[in-house]
Structure formats: structure tokens, C-alpha cells
Write a protein that binds this ligand. Structure first.
Ligand code: GMT
Length: 374
């Protein structure tokens, strides 16, 4: 098959899922074309069967906003024609599904048929997509996709609640490629450079947007470190970075916190971790929580969105209401208080992550592709 994958190339979960899916498809012998405005962060271009096509937006002084979807649909038309693609798979509805629809219509005029699959990832529905500025166009492009998938049951339900959807939505969970986890491959993680022997390592990874509630992470850690010697690793970057820094200074815990910035090496970082904190306001799935679990790291999270479908309360970690900082820190202490309990949670997290392996999820996407191609 020849597949065009449209994605955001940044560190966000949707881009990661799209990249890993594309690489897995290429590994199975399909020709995969990544189409976006920058090289995706996790994409190794030297991989067999993989192509990258950059969408270039011509700037013009009249434009207050650059028309990215116009440039994207134009690019899609030329790539589909040139490489004779069989289908497009767009990740994140805005504006990718809209651009794919336009490309499909333009190509139809030349008698070229190109179906497209839209995968909904979360904020394209819950935060941004349902805003009145976008809602009708998002609804239209979902309804006109040849197939629609959502990364959790929660996101599927949110989509049906927020939009007037006439299409079936298949739920296909996010996945992990076990070959990329040092722990799964019995590699030893040397943690001595990050913490003292008696300290627990706590980790948070995100794009530092308000939806991630990183201030809650700091407050939970502050309470926790008073009872259990520990360090906090903060991975990622974004709009809340500075205010988080200020909060750490105010609470006088800066010496216990390591800001690692954006990283391509999250698996290696997670390999050192004893606990992962994800107190998000909303989270359609929480790929990073799954990545933590695959690295044997239990998760303290909020119970919003699809998180209960990933993190099992009292088994792989704990779930609490959004903002329940006291409860989250108590639960963190429960997990970390002794080595036996921690080991039990670690093992449970690890075992549960195996329900979301690439081997289990990839066939589900392939079945959707077959359906739209027939
Ligand atoms: O979490 C973000 O802000 C990034 C966003 C994205 O689109 O990259 O993540 C969304 O998609 C991920 C992959 O499917 C999910 O694991 C995240 O839960 C989801 N984020 C939200 O719903 C806030």
C-alpha cells in the first residue's frame, strides 16, 4: 500500500502516534509518505520505504494569517498524483481533515479517487474543535471522512456529544512499540546521575500547556518530598515553563527538580522513574502515561477523559478528580512508601501496558484501511 500520513511534527502525542504508526507500516513493506510543515521529531528519514514532504507556506504581506490548509491540500494533491498514493491518513482533525477533503475533491476532477481516514486525538475535539470558530468545519470534515477513528471510548463519546456526527467512529487505542523500551529489553537503567540512592525519581512529561496542570504536579511533588526523599524530572517545554519555575522557587524546592527540556529520549528517562504524574484537566488517552507504564512506572493521574481506560485505579497507579492535590500526593506516598508496594505497582503497570502493543493495535488500523479501500 502507498499511504500518505498527515500530522503535526512536534512533540505532541498525536504526532508521536502518527510517526510510530507510519514507521510500523513502512516496516511491514508499505510505502509511507509523511506530509507536514517540518520533519517530525521522531522520524528517522533513513528508514526504508519512508518519505517526507515539507508543506511550505508562501508568506504574503496581505495575509494576517498564513493559509496553511491551502498549502497542505495543494501539497496533498501533488503527492497523491506523483506517487500514486492509495489512501491518506490524517491525524488531528484541524485542519488536516478539512485539507484532505479539499484534496479529495480536487483529485476527483481528474478522476483520481483517494479515500482518507481521520484519527481524532483529543484537543481537536474537546478544546479547539468544538469552539464556534471551528465547529461546523470540523463536523463537516469528520462526516465527510471515509473512516474516522478515536484514540479512546471517552473521546468517541465526547465527539458524539459535541458534534452532530453521522459517521461510525472506530475506537483504536494508542500503542507502544516494545522494542523501544530499555526495560522491556532487560537493559539496565543507571539512575545514579539523576538522584541519590535513597531518593525516588518522579517524572512528568508534557508540552507545558495549561491543560496539563503542571502547577498541580509541583504541588503534589512538594507534599510528597516532605515525606519521602525524592527528585522530580520535568521533561518538555511550553507556555507554562516560566510560571512553573517561579512556583518551584517560591516553594523552595528548586534543588530537587530537574528541567530536562524537550527530549527524544523519553523511554530512557522513564526507565529511571519510580512514579509518573499526569493530573491533566482533560486527556483523551494519555499516551505518555502508557509510555511510563511500559517503562515499569506507575501513574498518578486525574480521572478525566480517557485516562481511566489506560491507568487502572489501585492497580497500575491511582486516579483522582482533577485538582485533588491532597489525594494525589497521598496516593503517591502509598505507592512509594516501601519497595515491595512500589515493585507491585511497577509490575502491574508494566503488565497492563502490554495490552497496548503495536502488534495488537496495528491490525486494527489495517482493517480500517482495507475497509475504505474496498
Ligand atoms: O496532549 C497534548 O496537548 C497533545 C495532544 C496532541 O494532539 O498531540 O495529545 C492528544 O493526543 C494524544 C495522542 O493520541 C493523547 O494521548 C493525548 O491524551 C491528547 N491530549 C489531550 O487530550 C489533552
Amino acid at each position: 500500500m502507498k499511504i500518505g500520513i498527515v500530522l503535526y511534527p512536534t512533540f505532541g502525542g498525536s504526532g508521536v502516534v502518527a510517526t510510530e504508526l507510519g514507521l510500523a507500516l513502512a516496516n511491514k513493506g508499505n510505502e509511507v509518505h509523511f506530509i507536514t510543515y517540518n520533519q517530525p521529531v521522531r522520524l528517522n528519514l533513513l528508514t526504508k520505504n519512508v518519505f517526507f514532504h515539507e508543506v511550505y507556506v508562501e508568506e504574503y504581506p496581505l495575509f494576517h494569517y498564513q493559509p496553511y490548509e491551502l498549502a497542505l491540500s495543494t501539497k496533498l494533491v501533488s503527492i497523491v498524483e506523483q506517487y500514486k498514493l492509495d489512501l491518506l491518513h490524517v491525524h488531528y482533525a484541524i485542519p488536516h481533515a478539512y485539507a484532505a477533503y479539499m484534496a479529495q475533491k480536487m483529485l476527483a476532477e481528474k478522476n483520481i479517487i483517494i479515500p482518507f481516514v481521520t484519527t481524532l486525538h483529543g484537543t481537536d475535539i474537546t478544546l479547539v474543535g468544538s469552539h464556534p470558530s471551528y465547529k461546523r468545519a470540523v463536523e463537516f470534515s469528520i462526516n465527510n471522512s471515509n473512516a474516522v477513528t478515536a484514540v479512546s471510548n471517552s473521546l468517541r463519546n465526547d465527539t458524539l456529544r459535541l458534534f452532530n456526527i453521522k459517521k461510525e467512529i472506530d475506537v483504536i487505542y494508542n500503542f507502544i512499540d516494545v522494542n523501544k523500551y530499555p526495560i522491556l529489553n532487560n537493559k539496565i537503567c543507571n539512575r545514579s546521575s539523576l538522584a541519590l540512592k535513597n531518593e525516588r525519581i518522579i517524572t512528568h512529561i508534557s508540552n507545558f500547556r495549561p491543560v496539563k496542570r503542571i502547577h498541580d504536579v509541583i504541588k503534589i511533588f512538594n507534599k510528597l518530598q516532605k515525606k519521602i526523599p525524592s527528585r522530580l524530572l520535568l521533561v518538555g517545554d511550553g507556555p507554562e515553563r516560566e510560571s512553573v519555575d517561579r512556583l518551584c522557587t517560591e516553594l523552595q524546592i528548586k534543588d530537587k527538580i530537574l528541567f530536562l527540556g524537550n527530549s527524544n529520549d523519553v523511554n530512557r528517562i522513564l526507565c529511571h522513574s519510580d512514579l509518573f504524574i499526569l493530573p491533566s484537566q482533560t486527556e483523551s488517552f494519555g499516551l505518555v502515561a502508557l509510555e511510563a507504564m511500559a517503562a515499569k512506572t506507575p501513574v498518578i493521574s486525574s480521572n478525566s477523559g480517557g485516562l481511566p481506560e489506560v491507568n487502572l485505579n489501585g492497580i497500575t497507579g491511582f486516579l483522582s478528580n482533577v485538582g485533588a492535590i491532597n489525594e494525589m500526593s497521598k496516593n503517591a506516598i502509598t505507592i512509594l512508601k516501601n519497595d515491595e508496594t512500589l515493585e507491585e505497582f511497577k509490575l502491574n503497570a508494566f503488565k497492563h501496558s502490554k495490552n497496548f502493543t503495536l502488534e495488537k493495535i496495528l491490525p486494527k488500523y489495517l482493517r480500517v484501511y482495507e475497509r475504505v479501500l474496498n
